[in-house]
Design a protein around this ligand. Structure first.
Ligand SMILES: [Zn+2]
Length: 352
């Protein structure tokens, strides 16, 4: 048979991570904008924390800077951002914030074919360094292929000021790669899905690093942010190699998205993934107790009630999680789980 394999991999060109890397923004901006017109997409909080300062820095360097303060990554906000940037004729977009502002920047970047820079202010999930965007469309959040940021500036001295819960959530998002990779291997065996061992190994490495160093993930320590953000970047690279979110998104993410649909209380994305990874690892026959202990080392609970999620919502979310993304084969299979099976798995693992 002829050789027919091919894959496109997009990587960021410049990645700055660590203490006070903010100052690298000016030379990067000079490199990547032809018309010196820059749009910043940010939220109220991030604008106060650093967005305003960045806008002033760029203005002093004679860039024409426009700031769009927006909200969640909803279809409406995405459309507004596209129109705003079209109108301002910006040659570069900078997404400054947690997840949603960077997601909006990614989608705008794809729609208008202009580069964007990811400038995370909180290390809450692995979207800060990936070509995927999570957008709220009718019926809940969906993960979409967008474009990789041309540059990532992850300043740990800024991110350490964010509430610790965000860092714990970001760490959990990466640790939960462990079940994403198991699901991928399962899909390769069972349905013959294309599998990349280089992407899977890198994703597993990111997860293992944080499992081994979980006790170092503590509040108010910039090195803890460094530790987690490095593995967030590794996770993003794994997705770039695979040209898919597959290495970092399996059944645990299906459960997280299903929770969003059925009632996720106040649980953040990484916290939802943590619960998902525990129940998924249980179903895979892995050492799920070790995973629970790992999360507890940095104070992350896997109990649904701690997030205001009812047992019945958690059961329903698990039962139907497979239907969130039918093309993504995982341990959850292709039909609804029985209520008894879902309840039993959640009860044994202590989630409900
Ligand atoms: Zn995630």
């Amino acid at each position: 048979m002829d050789f027919v394999k091919n894959r496109v991999m997009q990587f960021p060109r410049d990645v700055y991570v660590g203490h006070e890397v903010l100052h690298n923004l000016i030379p990067i901006a000079k490199n990547y904008t032809k018309n010196r017109k820059i749009s910043i997409i940010t939220g109220h909080n991030s604008y106060g924390i650093i967005g305003k300062q960045i806008a002033e820095l760029l203005s002093q360097e004679n860039f024409e800077v426009e700031v769009l303060i927006t909200g969640d990554a909803t279809e409406l906000n995405v459309r507004e951002a596209i129109n705003f940037i079209k109108d301002k004729r910006s040659g570069l977009v900078i997404g400054i914030g947690g997840g949603s502002k960077i997601d909006i920047a990614k989608i705008v970047s794809k729609a208008l074919k202009i580069p964007h820079i990811s400038f995370p202010t909180i290390p809450s999930h692995d979207g800060i360094a990936s070509p995927r965007a999570t957008i709220k469309r009718e019926g809940g959040y969906v993960s979409e292929q967008a474009v990789m940021p041309i540059a990532i500036i992850a300043d740990t001295s800024i991110m350490v000021k964010a509430p610790f819960r965000y860092l714990a959530s970001g760490a959990a998002d990466v640790i939960s790669n462990i079940t994403a990779v198991l699901d991928w291997k399962l899909a390769a065996r069972v349905v013959g899905e294309e599998y990349s061992s280089s992407a899977a190994t890198l994703s597993e490495y990111a997860s293992t690093e944080l499992i081994e160093k979980a006790h170092l993930i503590q509040p108010g320590i910039e090195e803890a942010v460094w530790l987690v953000v490095k593995q967030i970047l590794a996770s993003g690279t794994a997705m770039a190699i695979a040209s898919s979110s597959r290495p970092a998104s399996g059944s645990e993410h299906l459960f997280a998205h299903s929770l969003e649909k059925h009632g996720s209380g106040n649980a953040m994305h990484g916290e939802q993934c943590a619960m998902g990874s525990v129940v998924s690892l249980y179903m895979h026959g892995g050492d799920w107790q070790k995973l629970v202990r790992t999360y507890s080392k940095f104070g992350l609970s896997i109990k649904a009630e701690d997030y205001g999620i009812s047992a019945s919502d958690a059961v329903e979310a698990l039962r139907t999680a497979h239907s969130i993304r039918p093309d993504r084969y995982t341990i959850f299979g292709t039909v609804d789980l029985s209520e008894g099976a879902a309840r039993r798995s959640l009860e044994i693992t202590g989630i409900i």
